[in-house]
Design a protein. Structure first.
Length: 310
């Protein structure tokens, strides 16, 4: 009786840790100005943010990151995880530690559950089950993070045409670029909050003392969207050579709308092929049962009566 009680207690603790990590990870919002000021202070002292974060102390989350970085390949895994979290729009300092807690807790939960389910099997089956649980527990959180990155990039791409078109209109009224971007952010913050947050971060970085070209380069690295990369290059070149940015943005917004329409048409074309497998696996068997079973039952009943009459 003691072993099942300990197992269920471990399951409860791991589920509580997962819920706490997920709630803390997605509940708070980022502060772009505070983030930029901290980065400027870090660059002034000549030390990187990751180096300071990987030292022991400074709280439980920082100590956890330091312990993970001590394992072979741990530092590279933390950097890759941090980059993917940034590209998913989650950019607070404790996100890497919270994600690490969630992934490791999920991995341990699956391994412990597999050991409990195979407690009566031999060693070979236990090893195979633990290996399968370990692979699944490692890959599933990565797939969730990959889906978050993909969804965030898709929302940014969908928001670009309308936002850039409005930015070109506002620039045509005579406002400077920073004031125009802030005006567009005020108008679009409820419609496209993700892209609005990215543009607002760029403006806050420029106001904090960062060069506009570097601020847009950081925007491209944060998002990883090719259309934003082209937009950043257009804005930087227009500022450097003194060309009209409003007209260029209108033309680029038309091109982005054309690309969005082509993506929608491609998705519609793929819908028929994607629906083929659910139709064959689920709809057609149910249709066959509904249409053929009543006739088959009637035939069997008539056949039984004919055999009984003879």
């Amino acid at each position: 009786m003691l072993l099942p009680a300990l197992y269920f207690l471990l399951c409860f603790a791991t589920l509580a840790a997962l819920l706490w990590s997920g709630f803390t990870l997605f509940s708070q919002q980022e502060d772009p100005l505070e983030e930029r000021l901290e980065q400027l202070q870090t660059n002034t002292t000549g030390t990187g943010t990751r180096i300071r974060r990987r030292r022991m102390g400074g709280g439980l989350l920082n100590s956890l990151l330091y312990l993970i970085s001590l394992f072979p390949g741990g530092e590279d895994w933390l950097r890759g995880t941090e980059r993917e979290l940034v590209q998913a729009g989650i950019r607070r300092r404790e996100t890497v530690a919270l994600y690490s807690i969630g992934q490791l807790t999920f991995l341990l939960l699956l391994v412990a559950g597999m050991l409990y389910l195979q407690r009566d099997n031999d060693l070979t089956q236990k090893a195979a089950g633990v290996a399968a649980a370990g692979i699944l527990g490692w890959l599933l959180p990565r797939q969730v993070l990959y889906r978050l990155v993909k969804s965030y990039r898709r929302r940014l791409q969908e928001a670009l045409p309308d936002t850039i078109d409005l930015l070109g209109i506002v620039l045509g009224t005579g406002l400077a670029l920073d004031q125009a971007v802030l005006r567009v952010c005020e108008e679009m913050q409820h419609v496209y909050p993700e892209l609005t947050s990215e543009f607002y971060t760029v403006v806050m970085q420029v106001k904090a003392g960062q060069e506009r070209s570097k601020a847009f380069q950081q925007l491209v690295r944060r998002t990883g969207v090719e259309d934003i990369k082209s937009l950043a290059a257009m804005i930087v070149q227009s500022e450097r050579f003194g060309t009209s940015l409003a007209q260029a943005l209108r033309v680029y917004a038309d091109a982005l709308r054309t690309r969005r329409r082509l993506r929608a048409e491609a998705a519609i074309g793929k819908a028929g092929i994607k629906m083929l497998f659910p139709i064959v696996l689920f709809i057609l068997p149910a249709l066959f049962v509904v249409t053929l079973v009543p006739g088959l039952l009637s035939f069997l009943r008539d056949l039984q009566g004919w055999i009984g009459a003879r």
